[in-house]
Design a binder for this molecule. Structure first.
Ligand code: ATP
Length: 446
């Protein structure tokens, strides 16, 4: 990894802490390694990513519905899905300090804790997060925090089919937390034990020929790329890695890992898998409930096949930050897509000690901020009256606010304001009544 790239991630981590995007978890208690909390700006950015994803993949489509399942499910779910038996990492234990490591990730064959080089033979370690339901901790009360959101979709397949009356092909989407007892978490929010996923199970008719599912699979590869474009990720930094047979999950007939050039190396951002009819078939067998789809025309019953695009929210946010971060040594700008930025606009009175300016600016701020007065604009707006105007611009650039609206003495005379653009630093005089439209026009995905 180059020094510059190394610095880049350090600078992003430091910006995230300084400006309230991401804080080290449980910090006042000395932290909890590799856990992170999202602060006031981080939660806005993360929510905007999730909202956009939901709009693109659920609400704007006729063939998709959403759901939100429980994190703790009946443990049988994880037996049927194969997680209890196979959600394993191969670990070795240092004979000297007893720290455990993923064998593939040992640095130069040395223990990163004590530097010794002798280890046990590799052993299986299940990465499911175990917990207990109720007051007694025994095998009967064992439960798991879900390691992926996908299974709740399969478990609710029949409920959704009966209530939403979908016909094939159709998809069910879900966003939510997932938990994995990762052996080697790290690289900031890239790999954590608690994270969020956005997953789609796209159900297709039983393929008669390979070409049927391959066509759907190619369609979803393309959808993932369109999404990456919408969030501002440079296509040149993404590689579609065709996972070879030997490395694919047992249920998958084809998997693509979308690898992104993070500053700390090229690593998986998202996954796309053709899961065949493995999940519905297994849940039917374990639950003894009919999970087949009935073709309305022929009356035939069968398990649909499934294509699964799986997106990590935290990895998305990290990739978005890496793409947006720009630092010329003098000035930091987060060139976020306007619809992802924590604030779409900031409003300033030119001088904080002139009550007429502050009063007018406050009114503009309230008007832009309240959805009721500008119904079509889902805008979040910042207010700042500290320091001089240059410093305020700088502070907004750093958090990615695309437009700064300044109220000055001319505003009091003719109801016009200056609107300053984050990326070009250009200022334009705009009539106050046109500001929402000015922003809306420029905010639309291009
Ligand atoms: P990796 O190989 O990096 O461990 P995976 O192949 O196990 O990832 P999947 O099971 O395919 O990951 O999960 C789907 C998506 O969920 C990943 O592409 C990633 O975006 C996200 N994800 C998985 N594990 C983590 C984690 N520990 N921290 C943050 N995001 C994660």
């Amino acid at each position: 990894m180059s020094e510059t790239n190394n610095n880049k991630i350090d600078r992003i981590v430091s910006l995230c802490k300084r400006r309230g995007f991401v804080f080290p978890g449980s910090e006042i208690y000395g932290g909890l390694s590799n856990s992170w909390d999202y602060g006031p700006l981080g939660v806005e950015l993360k929510n905007n990513i999730k909202k956009l994803w939901w709009q693109i993949f659920v609400t704007s489509r006729d063939d998709m519905v959403g759901m939100d399942g429980a994190i703790i499910m009946n443990p049988k779910v994880w037996e049927a899905s194969g997680h209890v038996a196979t959600f394993n990492d191969l670990l070795v234990e240092c004979l000297s300090c007893h720290q455990r490591f993923d064998r593939g990730k040992l640095e130069n064959g040395k223990c990163s804790n004590c530097g010794k080089t002798k280890f046990t033979e590799p052993r299986q370690f299940n990465t499911l997060f175990k917990t207990y339901i109720g007051t007694v901790e025994d095998a009967k009360s064992t439960a798991y925090l879900r390691p992926e959101t996908a299974q709740a979709i399969f478990v609710n397949f029949k409920n959704i089919l009966d209530t939403a009356r979908m016909t094939l092909p159709f998809g069910i989407a879900q966003q939510g937390k997932a938990f994995r007892n990762e052996i080697t978490p790290g690289n900031f929010i890239f790999r954590t034990r608690e994270f969020e996923q956005m997953e789609i199970e796209y159900f297709i008719p039983r393929p008669e020929k390979d070409v049927d599912w391959q066509r759907q699979f190619e369609y979803w590869i393309n959808q993932v790329h369109l999404w990456l474009k919408a969030i501002g990720v440079d296509a040149k930094k993404v590689d579609d890695f065709e996972v070879p047979d030997s490395e694919r999950a047992h249920y998958s007939k084809r998997t693509i890992d979308f690898m992104y050039e993070f500053p700390f190396g090229t690593k998986e951002l998202y996954g796309l898998a053709y899961r065949t009819d493995f999940d519905l078939k297994n849940h039917e067998q374990f639950s003894e409930k009919n999970l087949k789809y009935k073709d309305a025309a022929t009356g035939e019953e069968f398990w649909p096949h499934v294509i699964e695009p799986s997106f990590g929210v935290d990895r998305t946010m990290l990739a978005v930050l890496c793409e947006a971060y720009s630092d010329d040594g003098d000035r930091v700008i987060l060139k976020l897509k306007p619809y992802l930025a924590p604030y779409q606009a900031a409003v300033f009175p030119l001088l904080a000690n002139k009550p007429q300016l502050v009063e007018k600016a406050r009114a503009v701020y309230q008007k832009l901020k309240l959805p009721i007065t500008n119904c079509q604009l889902p805008m979040n707006v910042a207010w700042d009256e500290r320091g001089n105007i240059g410093k305020r611009y700088y502070a907004q650039d750093e958090i990615g606010t695309p437009w700064c609206v300044t109220i000055d003495f001319q505003t009091l005379e003719d109801d016009t304001v200056t609107v300053r653009d984050r990326d070009s630093a250009k200022q334009e005089r705009v009539a106050l009544k046109d500001v929402p439209a000015f922003i809306m026009e420029r905010m639309m995905p291009r």
